[in-house]
Design a protein around this ligand. Structure first.
Ligand SMILES: Nc1ncnc2c1ncn2[C@@H]1O[C@H](COP(=O)(O)OP(=O)(O)OP(=O)(O)O)[C@@H](O)[C@H]1O
Length: 293
């Protein structure tokens, strides 16, 4: 683990000399995560799939980034490699200043536990723990109890997510949406530097979705947390500061905050052509073009 683990939260100020010899402070926050020339190939021969075909991109610190694209475009693969849950076929990945490609499973487990929060489609809740036990699990796994300030923060999350009346329920006693909200509270409980969320609103009604997206937006805007969220939903992506679009395992567009209508229009224009003829099994999109990191 590198020494930058705690320092990463506080972007260093890069000092550059002006022409007059004065020193001008310029904020140059390092990215929360980045990948370079990432490829991921599954299978071989005729069945080979290029899930990622040379992706270079950064998740900026303190920003809420949405990752969109057609089904099979590589969104989950990219997120899993960025989070150290999967290894690329080639290329490199960093979390903060820590290069994660080539690290051992043990090192990656500690890194994830300390610095990353996860919300996945399959909630990954522990069936034998009640909702509160699941929410507090990151502290248990780190071998410590929450501080008073952390407990206050957790209580606020529980209340904001409407879970106060469900804390003693085990996952099988909760609805899908409630389980999803428990997973979100757990992901944000330790205020990790970086939160990866894969379709976090996939199982939620529109009111719960707004609550969750609002929480993620506040976590980045006020808490300085960096959020990377995979979503198919233009309304969800409209909460983000930045929207990355994937197609054919490549970044095809990188846009600042968009309205849901702008996002939907872009997705429509990028829909796969009827006859793709792709040899790789990946889809060809009208808007496919590599965008530099
Ligand atoms: N374990 C695997 N074995 C073989 N192929 C895989 C595997 N995981 C993913 N793929 C393939 O890699 C490509 C990218 O998959 P990925 O799950 O990253 O796409 P996605 O954009 O997240 O899709 P969706 O929106 O449907 O979840 C797809 O063609 C998929 O079939």
């Amino acid at each position: 683990m590198d020494a930058g683990a705690t320092a990463d939260r506080c972007p260093r100020r890069r000092v550059i000399p002006s022409v007059a010899g004065m020193l001008i402070g310029q904020s140059a926050p390092r990215p929360a995560a980045r990948v370079q020339q990432l490829t991921k190939t599954y299978g071989s021969g005729e069945g080979m799939v290029h899930a990622l075909a040379g992706v270079s991109v950064s998740i900026r610190r303190g920003e809420f980034t949405a990752i969109m694209g057609p089904s099979g475009s590589g969104k989950s693969t990219l997120m899993h490699i960025m989070a150290g849950l999967d290894a690329p076929s080639s290329g490199q990945a960093w979390i903060g200043d820590t290069k994660i490609t080539g690290r051992s499973d043990t090192e990656l487990t500690v890194l994830r536990r300390r610095r990353i929060g996860f919300v996945f489609q399959a909630f990954n809740l522990v069936p034998t723990l009640d909702a509160l036990g699941n929410i507090l699990l990151p502290f248990d796994l780190d071998g410590r109890r929450p501080t008073d300030a952390e407990r206050t923060r957790v209580d606020r999350l529980i209340s904001a997510l409407g879970l106060s009346g469900r804390l003693r329920h085990r996952p099988h006693q909760l609805s899908g949406g409630q389980q999803q909200r428990v997973a979100i509270a757990r992901a944000l409980a330790t205020a990790p530097d970086l939160v990866f969320a894969d379709e976090p609103t996939g199982n939620l009604d529109s009111r719960s979705s707004r609550q969750v997206l609002g929480l993620l937006a506040v976590a980045s805007r006020e808490g300085g947390q960096s959020i990377a969220m995979v979503t198919h939903d233009p309304i969800a992506a409209a909460y983000a500061d930045r929207v990355l679009f994937l197609g054919d395992g490549r970044i095809v567009a990188d846009k600042p905050r968009q309205t849901a209508e702008q996002i939907a229009a872009f997705l429509l224009a990028a829909e796969p052509a009827p006859e793709t003829g792709s040899a790789t099994g990946a889809t060809t999109t009208a808007a496919t073009q590599q965008v530099p990191a």
